[in-house]
Write a protein that binds this ligand. Sequence first.
Ligand code: 5GP
Ligand code: ZN
Length: 111
Amino acid sequence: MSDCLFCKILAGEVPSDVVYEDEHVLAFKDIYPQAPFHVLIIPKKHISTLNDLDVNDNELAGRLFTTAKIIAQEQGFADDGYRVQMNCGEGGGQIIFHMHLHLLAGKKFSA
Ligand code: 5GP
Ligand code: ZN
């Protein structure tokens, strides 16, 4: 996806502050953090929104969550707790149309 910002980050064409990478996912710091620690976890495969997620991508989708857990543990947030969030579509607040999970930590969130 040549016009996708996160695909450009994956290709190294746009710089990012990477905190985790494996064969399937990349995680990097959000440029406008909404919490003391805020990273975006993206699949290396371009999937625009949750609406485009196929049942064949179930393992990949699960990896987004296990990656959130791994990063939270590595960064020392697992015990205090943290928030994961995914926005779907314009109405859901999505502005970058490459599916991603937000991991927010380092403060107490309200319900
Ligand atoms: P969305 O609203 O689509 O769920 O979240 C997109 C996120 O991407 C926002 O939190 C925004 O701050 C972040 N973002 C937008 N442009 C860039 C960028 O160029 N680099 C990084 N690291 N994050 C970005
Ligand atoms: Zn993309």
